[in-house]
Design a protein. Structure first.
Length: 118
C-alpha cells in the first residue's frame, strides 16, 4: 500500500517557524520529484515547493522564497519543509505529493495543518 504521511503541523505566532515532514512507503520515493502543496481555508490548492529526486534542484513559489526550505533524505524516505518567518497568510493545510516524470501527482498525503495567529 502506498502511503505519504505528513506531520509537524502546529499553531505558531507570526514570525515563528515550523518544520513539516512527509514519510513515504510502498513506493520508491527516491525516484520521484516531491512537492508541497497547500490549501488555505476557502481557497484552491496552491503549489508551494518541489525538489528533484536527488535533491539537487529545488523550486519555490514566489511568496515563500527566502522563508521556506525544502529538503529530502531518501535513505529515510522522507521529505521536509522548513518554514520560517511565518505570516497569517501561510495558514493552510499542507500536503506532500509525489510527482512522476510525466508530471502527474501520483501520490498524496492526508495533510497537516499549519496555523499562524497571534
Amino acid at each position: 500500500e502506498v502511503q505519504l504521511v505528513e506531520s509537524g503541523g502546529d499553531m505558531v505566532q507570526p514570525g515563528g517557524s515550523v518544520r513539516l515532514s512527509c514519510v513515504g512507503s510502498g513506493f520508491t520515493l527516491s525516484t520521484y520529484d516531491m512537492n508541497w502543496v497547500r490549501q488555505a481555508p476557502g481557497k484552491g490548492p496552491e503549489w508551494v515547493s518541489a525538489i528533484a529526486p536527488g535533491g539537487g534542484s529545488t523550486y519555490y513559489t514566489d511568496s515563500v522564497k527566502g522563508r521556506y526550505t525544502i529538503g529530502r533524505d531518501n535513505a529515510k524516505n522522507t521529505v521536509y519543509l522548513q518554514m520560517d518567518s511565518l505570516t497569517p497568510e501561510d495558514k493552510a493545510l499542507y500536503y506532500c505529493a509525489g510527482e512522476t516524470a510525466a508530471g502527474e501527482y501520483a501520490y498524496w498525503g492526508q495533510g497537516t495543518q499549519v496555523t499562524v495567529s497571534s
